[in-house]
Write a protein of this length. Sequence first.
Length: 442
Amino acid sequence: MRAIVIGPYLRRGCGAEGATRAPGARLEEAVGLAQAIDLTIVQSGLVMLGEIRPATYLGTGKADEIAGLVKSLAAGLVVMDCALSPIQQRNLEKLWNAKVLDRTGLILEIFGRRAHTREGVLQVELAHLTYQKSRLVRSWTHLERQRGGFGFLGGPGETQIEADRRVIAERIARIESELDSVKKRRALHRESRKRVPYPVAALVGYTNAGKSTLFNRLTRAAVLQADMLFATLDPTLRAVTLPHGAKIILSDTVGFISDLPTMLVAAFRATLEEVTEADIILHVRDVAHADTEAQRTDVQAVLESLGIDADDRRIVEVWNKVDRLDALARRRLDNSVARASAHMCPHARPVAVSALTGEGVAALIAALERRLTQDRAVMRIVIAAEDGAGASWLHRHTEVLDRRVEPDGRVVMTVRADAANAALVQARFPRPGAAPDPRSLS
């Protein structure tokens, strides 16, 4: 479909929201969203507003100008990068004689195309129905009002719009019931993972920040990665083995975006609980993007809506796409990393990587391992040479950091374990050699 993308933004000082973003960058993102559903963009442009008009959002003159543009370019769709009320959307469609889609509707269209699993389809449908419920507009006259009762004695029944709203409300209730089952199933899966137990690291970030590329780099998986907004939607989990043998579960989640519709956050809460329950949250940022700081703020806003504060100790910032920086920008980035490393707590230091080339990924894995093992005990265990069962038990329940054989045949193993397994180790090997190792290998 031929489409026109309009960026109607309030001028600074006129109550503009999202003023930290440049209008050009906001329009470019809107064009990218439209291209994500294979629209043919025949024109795009900015409309700077002094105020928002209740009837058409735009001023009369600008609305008439766009009407002429729609007609001359034979466009069947106009994308408005803003939140339109149902009345504004209907009035603009009548004026332009074309379909009008606002930012929320556009994001819902993208999510509808990207959802493949049963869970994803349900979540998108719930968000879409919630959005659609307030936008029912009667497009027929023969069903203006259904007659109630029987024969000619029955009074006027419900309007067709009321009937449609009732059907939508019933469908929403059924989907919410099914999503409650999804929520319970995910909770069971998390409980089973805790019994293993493998810690979980969740990738979050602005859409197109490179999360799926980094996920594939770390897990050697084949998740769809593309230079487009919302390339992947359904969450994916894979096991990753760290250098010293510890295993973690890496979770790739849906990307965030500015002005993310609240109905989507609510609908995807079952999926986003994977983030809230994660042991580590890897916030992947596109540091080569002009609006990287604004994107960081948007991601933090969504995380806060999930109950995760900006200073949460689980968050590790991953500064991705360093391969796209020129020499000067790269020096500035390296200086920023050095300053952050000098002044920030170790757990809050950012890691610069390129998921595409692999640069910095080893440092990221090391940071992951440090974070996971910072509260684990390192112990030195001495076992008899013939105690193969004991050595095997240590390999199953701890990370074996070092193993050497003494001249008298005894085996000395340096292991690392969490609090629960450390207690089991000391209970199984109640010898002096089981005392905590004075060396700090974490």
